[in-house]
Structures are given as structure tokens and as C-alpha cells.
Design a protein around this ligand. Structure first.
Ligand code: ASP
Ligand code: MG
Length: 418
């Protein structure tokens, strides 16, 4: 038995009337606002979009590596920073960048206003460090849009139901943007980043990887859950549940990127997969001597993002991000279970909607592994994914070989159409 668990999606039904047509939510990642020159470029892009007649809401990430720097700073001061204070600190990065973009827009002669997550009406639960949005009260954004302003919202943060500042987990500006897109009834959500879109594999490992023209929400969910860094998992799920079309594209080239949408024919047509993803950031736990239900309940309470779950005999095997290690170990200790942890494995996943109707994908995957002499440790599947754990040192050549085996360097792999 194996399954991939996704997070529940909050209600974002707008309390306000739905926005006028032409609302566009544009999100800019940290590399897109890394220095003053880039900030001015983002401002021009927003101005362009506003002049084209859109109601423009922009969500920005912290400049460059600023969030990492703030996190390190906290740990230089304190070995165990209190989660509430850590959120107070790291939410600052996004406030800086959105204020700067608003200033640059003013210099271009348009009216803009920057808002914190809290001012923008993003209400979350009380889990510091990975809060979930429970509600979006967008009236202030609506007002600003109605008075013809470009609205900048600090990504990655909100205010909890206890009135504390919370953050949404690393990469959380994506989640801010999609939640706003849903709450505002936006036509589309554009995410501007330093890559050109979603690729058939990580181009750093596979230089001939192709940019995908289109992927389905389900494919993107599986890819994001298995290591594709370009979109935060929770944001994709949100987009799917609210039918928000998203377009992942480069800040710097202006070219079309990847559309993430409902599944369509061209994704199902071929025995072709959408991509091979990998991650080195999972720890794998093997547990015995405890009930499955108790274990997963305790992990959920500790907000551990459990990914792959496999039941083998009496043992329960699951994976969770390395960053959740301390909480996972605490839970296992408390349950008085027998457990082992491995952090020397990497996960490789083959993902594609075409798997549902075309047999032979698993055969080709495992033949490729056999030819490489790579022995998978754990295998987990979903209707559109085959994932397995292998020694970290084998990950790179396995990704390269699978990419080749599924002919993903061919033009066809792009799923280009029209
Ligand atoms: N600045 C935050 C981070 O680095 C959020 C984001 O970039 O989306 O995780
Ligand atoms: Mg980011």
C-alpha cells in the first residue's frame, strides 16, 4: 500500500463580491527581486501589465537569499529560536521587497500600495513556520484596485487567528499568490521566476531537458511533491481546487513558460511521461511496535509533512522532509516505537498522466534501473507516478538514464500544441 498525502485546502470563498474581469495575480520569486536593478525591472513589468488594462496584484518574495540569511541570524543568536519570534523575523524579507517595488512603481508615475500579509487579509491557523491559510479577507485589496492602484502583497505570511504573525513554510509566497488569485476570482496566476518553466528533469542534471508547454494539476502535484522546486506543493493543490490556471514563466525573457491546467488529450495521448524528478531532501523511517493510526495522527499533530507511506509486513515505512526531522524524532520517541531512520537515500520519480492508459511504463522504468545496476529500496506508486528510493550517489545517473529511456529530450516531450 502506498499513497501520497496532500494538504487540505482552506476555504477562500470571497466574502466580497467577485472581482471585475481582468484581475491578474503576478508572483515574483526571490531571484527576480534580488537587487535594485531587478526591482525596477519588476516594477516596469507591473506597470506594463496595468497599462494593458489589468487589475494587478503582485506578490513578491524576499530579495535573493534574504530569508535564509534571516534564519541563520536567528540561529546565531539562539540555538532554539521560539517559532513565534522566528516568524516575526523572517516575515520581514517580503515586506522589504514589496515596499521597494511600490517605490519604484511610483517613480514610473503610477499609484501603488504595499501591504503585509496581515493587511492584505490573509488569515491563517496558529502553526508557526508552516501556517495554513484559513481565510482571505480581501476587501482592502479590492478597495485599492478600485482606486486604480497596483497592489503589492508581502508573500509567505499572514496573521493567525490569535493575531500573531505567521509564515506559510518555505516557498510560501506561491501559496500567498494562489490564495489571492482564488479569493479575487483572478483570471490567471502568473508566476515569474529565474527558470523558463517546468522541465522534463532538472536542467542542472540533464542539460537537454525540455521545457514543458503544459502539465496537468495532478502531474504538477506529483512533480512538486517529488522534488520539482519550481512551485510549492501547497500552491499547486490550491490552484487545482479552485480551478486557477497558472503560468510559470521567466522574469527575464518574456517568453511563454509552462501552463498548469486541467488534464487534456495531449497529456494522455502518448505513452510519454511528463518528467523525471528527484529529491535528496527526504528522510526515510522504518517503524514497528505502534499502531498505524496512532503514528500518523501524532505526526499530523506535530505538523510533519509525511509523503510516501508503505506498509511492509508489520513495519510501517514512511518518508518526511529532512527539515521535519526534529519533530518526527520527537513523535517517534514519545510513542515508544522501535524505529530506524535513513538519510542516505534519494527519491527518483517518473510522472505522467499517460501512465493511466498506457501500460509498460513500469517495465521500462525497472529495466532501466536493472541495466544501471541500481537496486531500488522502496517503491511507491500512484496512478500517474512511479517513485523509488535509491542510494543518493546513484540519483544523478538514474535521472539521466530514465530521461533518455523515455525520450524526453525529443521535441514531442514538450507537448507543444496549436
Ligand atoms: N522567502 C520565502 C522563502 O525563501 C518565501 C518564498 O520565497 O516564497 O522560502
Ligand atoms: Mg522562493
Amino acid at each position: 500500500v502506498s499513497e501520497t498525502t496532500f494538504e487540505p485546502v482552506p476555504a477562500v470563498e470571497p466574502a466580497e463580491p467577485p472581482a471585475a474581469a481582468g484581475t491578474l495575480v503576478m508572483k515574483f520569486g526571490g531571484t527576480s527581486v534580488a537587487d535594485p536593478e531587478k526591482i525596477r525591472r519588476v516594477a516596469s513589468r507591473l506597470v506594463e501589465s496595468k497599462k494593458a488594462g489589468n487589475r494587478v496584484v503582485a506578490v513578491v518574495s524576499a530579495m535573493g537569499q534574504h530569508t535564509d540569511e534571516l534564519v541563520s541570524l536567528a540561529y546565531e543568536v539562539s540555538p532554539r529560536p521560539k517559532p513565534r519570534e522566528l516568524d516575526m523575523l523572517i516575515s520581514v524579507g517580503e515586506r522589504i521587497s514589496c515596499a521597494l517595488v511600490a517605490m519604484a512603481i511610483a517613480d514610473l508615475g503610477l499609484d501603488a500600495i504595499s501591504l503585509t500579509g496581515s493587511q492584505a487579509g490573509i488569515v491563517t491557523d496558529t502553526v508557526h513556520g508552516k501556517a495554513k491559510i484559513v481565510e482571505v479577507r480581501a476587501h482592502r485589496i479590492h478597495e485599492a484596485l478600485d482606486s486604480d492602484r497596483i497592489v503589492l502583497v508581502a508573500g509567505f505570511q499572514g496573521v493567525s487567528t490569535d493575531f500573531d504573525i505567521t509564515t506559510l513554510g518555505r516557498g510560501g509566497s506561491d501559496t500567498t499568490a494562489v490564495a489571492l488569485a482564488a479569493a479575487l476570482g483572478a483570471d490567471a496566476w502568473e508566476i515569474y521566476t529565474d527558470v523558463d518553466g517546468v522541465f522534463t528533469a532538472d536542467p542542472r542534471l540533464v542539460p537537454e531537458a525540455r521545457k514543458l508547454h503544459a502539465v496537468s494539476y495532478e502531474e504538477m502535484l506529483e512533480m512538486a511533491a517529488s522534488g520539482a522546486k519550481v512551485l510549492a506543493l501547497r500552491s499547486v493543490e490550491f490552484a487545482r481546487n479552485h480551478g486557477v490556471k497558472l503560468h510559470v514563466r521567466s522574469t527575464f525573457t518574456g517568453e511563454e513558460g509552462t501552463w498548469v491546467t486541467e488534464e487534456d488529450e495531449r497529456m494522455l495521448e502518448k505513452a510519454m511521461i511528463s518528467g523525471v524528478t528527484h529529491t535528496l531532501e527526504d528522510a526515510v523511517y522504518r517503524v514497528s511496535g505502534t499502531e498505524r493510526a496512532d503514528l500518523f495522527e501524532a505526526l499530523a499533530e506535530a505538523a510533519v509533512s509525511v509523503d510516501t507511506i508503505i506498509q511492509t509486513g508489520d513495519d510501517i515505512v514512511f518518508s518526511a522532509p529532512i527539515e521535519d526531522r526534529a519533530s518526527t524524532e520527537a513523535v517517534l520517541g514519545r510513542l515508544d516505537a522501535n524505529w530506524e531512520e535513513r538519510d542516505d537515500l534519494g527519491k527518483v520519480s517518473v510522472v505522467g498522466a499517460g501512465m493511466k492508459s498506457h501500460p509498460g511504463i513500469a517495465a521500462r522504468t525497472f529495466q532501466t534501473l536493472r541495466d544501471l545496476g541500481v537496486e531500488p529500496d522502496l517503491v511507491a506508486t500512484s496512478p500517474i507516478k512511479i517513485a523509488f528510493y535509491i542510494p543518493q550517489g546513484d540519483v544523478e545517473r538514474t535521472v539521466v538514464a530514465l530521461h533518455e529511456a523515455f525520450e524526453l529530450s525529443s521535441v514531442e516531450a514538450e507537448r507543444a500544441h496549436d
